[in-house]
Design a binder for this molecule. Structure first.
Ligand SMILES: Cc1ncc(COP(=O)(O)O)c(C=O)c1O
Length: 414
């Protein structure tokens, strides 16, 4: 079985050659946006040079633009395991979610209930809280604070015969917890509720199959999985047909176009096509028997998941050895199947900003703050103390980079 070729992977990402103060840059900032393979900016420049136009024109650049959109739609359908007309493009996940909450709000009544969670990014909380204005009741599912996993018992208690929608992250962008989405969908469907999955953080870390999850909506952001700034919404076809979008009258009323208000980011979609091409090539390398793009993409994301688990093993147990270190989230290696390699931590003697700044000077890029996962930092009592430092690994990171981080942290506590 061919193995994950880290050297080839890293060679695809030109940003990894960057230096800071004479030191190689270490990109542990992926959950805020990953780096891109060189083919992505190339495809964007090619589009802007040879195909730049709007849709539905009777001339060649417009026809090329239509092909770019269709190619990107099919590529994302293959990534998520759905049909191309169930893929909607937009600016970003947040904008798409606000649009969907307004649309879903149209069919909700006072007293109807929406369930959100303590683990979610606020982009999957605030748009649902806004429905309180029309009398919708919003309930919040708690976590187990000791390891930041979702309290499934509490989730079951929050579901009632008035629940219309459950909004839940596939994985936490602050502490990496992966939620049992298929189980949540099953429970929610039992009471007749839709499930709206925020897969923005999960998407670069593992395979997604919307059919087997059976979720009703699922969102991603291409810039979080090696692409440009494009938001993606999967919706079951029947729902995209049944719900009424806010749209201008002359634009098409067919699915999925009726959901794509205004002009799309065509150069971004060209870049997104190149992202999927990169992942496909990675999949074909590890699984030469893959005979469809979907199979190759599943293989790519599976090998990424496996490699990243080895990174978590190299990092988390060693972080726990550092005096004054507190790691939030799953730390038991036996449970690493339920986390991404995204680690939230605090180090005694440093505010998160001070720690991220010290690491930044050494060329190690980490994020500090609440990462908009406001419910979580509030629940953990960290909001007034500056939140967390987030070490966010991606499949282009190495164990040597982890060793450099650990060495820097040890030096900071001396
Ligand atoms: C889990 C999660 N959901 C949603 C978002 C918002 O995504 P976007 O920037 O595409 O609106 C982010 C961005 O950090 C995120 O990490």
């Amino acid at each position: 079985m061919p193995i994950f070729d880290l050297q080839w992977v890293r060679a695809q990402f030109p940003a990894l050659a960057m230096e800071v103060n004479g030191l190689p840059a270490v990109f542990f900032d992926g959950p805020g946006g990953t780096q891109v393979p060189h083919a992505v900016p190339q495809a964007m420049v090619d589009y802007l040079t040879h195909a730049n136009a709007n849709l539905h024109g009777a001339f060649v650049t417009s026809q090329r633009t239509e092909a770019v959109v269709a190619t990107a739609r099919q590529a994302i359908a293959d990534l998520l395991g759905c049909a191309p007309d169930e893929v909607v493009f937009g600016s970003n996940m947040t904008t798409l979610t606000w649009a969907m909450s307004r649309v879903i709000g149209r069919v909700l009544h006072p007293g109807d209930e929406v369930v959100v969670t303590c683990l979610d990014h606020d982009a999957n909380v605030a748009p649902w809280l806004a429905l309180k204005e029309q009398g919708v009741v919003v309930r919040t599912v708690d976590i187990h604070p000791h390891n930041c996993t979702l309290d499934m018992g509490n989730l079951k208690q929050q579901l009632t015969d008035r629940t219309r929608l459950v909004a839940i992250a596939y994985a936490s962008n602050a502490v990496g917890t992966v939620n049992p989405i298929a189980e949540v969908v099953q429970l929610a469907h039992t009471v007749g509720a839709w499930v709206f999955v925020d897969a923005v953080h999960y998407a670069p870390h593992g395979p997604i199959d919307v059919r087997s999850l059976d979720c009703d909506f699922l969102l991603c952001s291409a810039y979080k999985f090696f692409g440009p700034h494009v938001g993606i919404l999967y919706g079951k076809r029947a729902l995209l047909a049944q719900l009424q979008p806010f749209k201008v009258r002359p634009s098409p009323d067919t699915v999925p176009d009726r959901w794509e208000t205004g002009t799309l980011n065509f150069e971004g979609l060209a870049g997104l096509g190149a992202t999927i091409q990169y992942l496909t090539e990675l999949g074909q390398r590890v699984s030469p028997a893959a005979s469809t793009r979907r199979q190759a993409l599943v293989a790519a994301m599976g090998t990424i998941q496996e490699y990243e688990r080895s990174l978590s093993l190299a990092l988390i147990p060693n972080l726990l050895q550092i005096p004054g270190m507190q790691v939030y989230g799953i730390t038991d290696p036996g449970e690493f199947g339920w986390r991404t390699p995204t680690i939230g931590l605090r180090l005694a003697g440093y505010t998160p900003l001070e720690l991220a700044t010290a690491l930044g000077k050494q060329g190690i890029f980490t994020w500090n703050g609440n990462f908009y996962a406001l419910n979580l930092t509030q629940r953990l009592g960290l909001e007034s103390g500056g939140g967390l430092v987030r070490i966010g690994l991606a499949h282009y990171n190495t164990t040597a980079e982890i060793e450099r981080l650990l060495q820097n942290l040890h030096e900071l506590v001396c």
